[in-house]
Design a binder for this molecule. Sequence first.
Ligand code: GLC
Length: 576
Amino acid sequence: MKNILFFSVLLLIVFGCSEKPNKDSLNEDASWWKEAVIYQVYPRSFKDTDGDGIGDLKGIIEKLDYIKSLGVTMVWLNPIYSSPNADNGYDISDYRAIMKEFGSMDDFDLLLKGLHERDIKFVMDVVVNHSSNQHEWFKESRSSRDNPYRDYYHWWPAEKGTPPYRYSLFDAKGDAWKYDSITDAYYLHYFSEQQPDLKWENPTLRQEVYDFMKFWADKGVDGFRLDAFQFAAKDTTYPAFPDDLEENFIQYYAMQDGLHQYLKEMNEEVFSKYEVMSVSEGAGRNFKEAHELVDADRNELNMAYAFEGVDIAKPEGYSLSHFKEVFSRWDKEFAKEGWLSIFLANHDQARLVSRFGNDSPNFRAPSTKMLNTFILSMRGTPYCYYGDELGMTNIGFDSISQYQDIAAINGYEKVKTDGGDLEEYLINLKFASRDNGRTPMQWDSTIHAGFSSGTPWLPVNDNYKTINVASQNADPQSCLNHFRKMVQLRKDEPVLVYGQYELLIPEHEQVYAYTRELNGEKVLVMLNFSSEVATVEIPVKENLEELYINNYEQIFLKDRVLSMEPYQAFIYSLTK
Ligand code: GLC
């Protein structure tokens, strides 16, 4: 009943009382998960309450009012299950227990209750392409060839010779097969050797996964994010792959036969039985595959997130025309069917402003606000990563000994073994490393930025004295308050969620301009992506009506010519 009511109110808001949904402009039907604004919290780095230097669930509970103050409607936490933490929780040793550093199941229940009391939904990270090598299943599986759990993982008996090469993303040798002397066999691990791949071809394993997902759904979680799931299906004859595997691993690993069958089964067993949303990491190898994952009639997932947009930023910079082209192409492809996520940063990326904006003192704040204006005014469900609302920046380590991330450390070993250029590797890491995006949340200017009373597991960025929640709370012009305004605007204006997107002045080298339009409502989004003033004629025929948001105090406009300040971003409604 509650849902029917919610849905009718929604329809009223979106379409007005009498208007029928217009399929052409609407992208299917209204859904709460399309209207969600997701805030991603890296639990290890958000707030520590017991002084061990590692964030915990009690810390997130303590900050629930802060999260609420952002206006976001859903929180995604990176994995919080028991884990030996080879890959910070992406190696799970018990899918029904909470990591001891993070707290207890009671803490989790309180956290979920606290979120729900604030009308915030919760997304659980589900890591089931692989488990930890410390999971009971794997301990059993490796113990003997005829163990009942043997077939939960991929094994290659050594008497068949060396298995055909598979590239591993996190392995120090780049080799996805690890020899295990206990049973004289190799097991497969697309990520690190502590993360053996689960064998989805085994129906018993699949049932185990659905069962634990139901365990969390019964607790009341509102969504699932499927980690690396596009790699889950495998050809268990393990044929030899072409030689360019390392450069093109997604080509050979993603979307193998069986994957859709597993997703349909998961949908039937879990998603269809609860009010939950589902999102997959990765959107296949092409648009067709992306649609097959998320189109409504497929009964698989609600949405996916694609990497092409986030991959644009490079240490040497990126071109705005490329950026516009990629986001416009993806939008066009999903304009009428299917739904995607929109994001520029997460725990696998460096900081938003350091990669896509300009983190020098003069431009850090305006470019952060501009990028958040972009994310929150595009079609697709926005995913906003903790700290990016403040414009937190890359920490920029110089030496490999400063890194904690297994991908960085093993990657370094691999370059060394291969005789590669270590200096170049470090330069790239300084810009792109995942640890850049994992430094502790900057709450205030007290020791360790108010994150912990102990020594943080990863150092706090030195700039915490100036970039922190306390100081930005007090400043109406801060990045934080801009973020809040922008979230509110998205929630107030369905045109920003459902409206048709149209790219304007594609050739302009500094300005990204587009309109969103829904049932006669039209808004103009203008974003200066450069550190120079940009001159541009208003790129629509309509007149500017109401200024919805602006990251500067003024707009310089003369005879329909705008002079946009560096990284200026604003949104106007347009006359009908
Ligand atoms: C996904 C996660 C990443 C993790 C990897 C292995 O890409 O986002 O953080 O390291 O999967 O689980």
